[in-house]
Design a protein. Structure first.
Length: 232
């Protein structure tokens, strides 16, 4: 099983995370500031890092910047900050995921499992076989030749309508589609009272592809406008 490094200046949090990860069979290494985390990475074969933002000596943001100079392992940032700007900063400097404190330990474990599956099955790089009909956004992959959908290497079963909605969004990363546009593209008829129909299918898709549907990694809502899948 994989080696995971947990770094947080709150030792109680590190110990709690260690208990949950060890129950999954992981070997856990511990550090209490960014400098210690880098030292552990240089000495041990670590497959994933969970790191807090606010720490003494070297904080999680600057530590992640230094780590990304040498290592491509998945990095999950922990922070009490919940503003979108902080999440975006963490992801932009090289983190793979962001979990806000206080967090559900079982959700954190699910995210660890998900990132490790993706890291392992994709050969430690975010790539898919070359094809004009394979579409990817991070760990979400759709093979339109075989009509198969995968999240972090795991197959996902979608209904035909769910598949077509997701394919529409993945084929147009970053573009926001209104409810009417989605309905008319998928159902091929005028969108009259389509809000509830589309919303139900979007909810079902999120339940299947997201670890936490309330904080989606892939299928995002643009309030008052529509839905999109970001470029990753």
């Amino acid at each position: 099983m994989a080696n995971i490094l947990v770094c947080d200046d709150d030792r109680a949090i590190v110990d709690a995370i260690e208990i949950y990860l060890m129950q999954e069979g992981y070997q856990v290494f511990k550090a209490y500031d960014g400098e210690e985390a880098i030292d552990v990475l240089e000495k041990e074969d670590i497959q994933l890092l969970v790191i807090d933002v606010m720490m003494p000596k070297l904080d999680g943001i600057h530590a992640t910047l230094k780590i990304r100079e040498k290592y491509s392992i998945p990095i999950i940032i922990l922070s009490a900050k919940t503003e979108d700007a902080d999440k975006i900063l963490g992801l932009n400097i090289g983190a793979d995921d962001y979990v806000a404190k206080p967090f559900n330990p079982l959700e954190l474990v699910a995210r660890v499992n998900s990132h490790l599956r993706r890291y392992t099955k994709l050969g430690n790089i975010n790539s898919v076989p070359e094809s004009d009909h394979i579409y990817q956004s991070g760990g979400l992959v759709i093979n339109d030749d075989t009509k198969e959908t995968y999240v972090d290497g795991e197959p996902v079963k979608l209904t035909p309508i769910e598949y077509n909605i997701l394919l529409l969004l993945v084929k147009n990363p970053g573009r926001v589609f209104s409810i009417d546009q989605i309905y008319e593209s998928i159902w091929n008829e005028e969108a009259i009272g389509a809000d509830n129909t589309v919303a139900v299918h979007i909810r079902h898709i999120r339940e299947k592809i997201e670890i936490n549907p309330r904080e989606p990694r892939y299928l995002k809502v643009v309030w008052g406008v529509g839905y999109k899948i970001d470029k990753q």
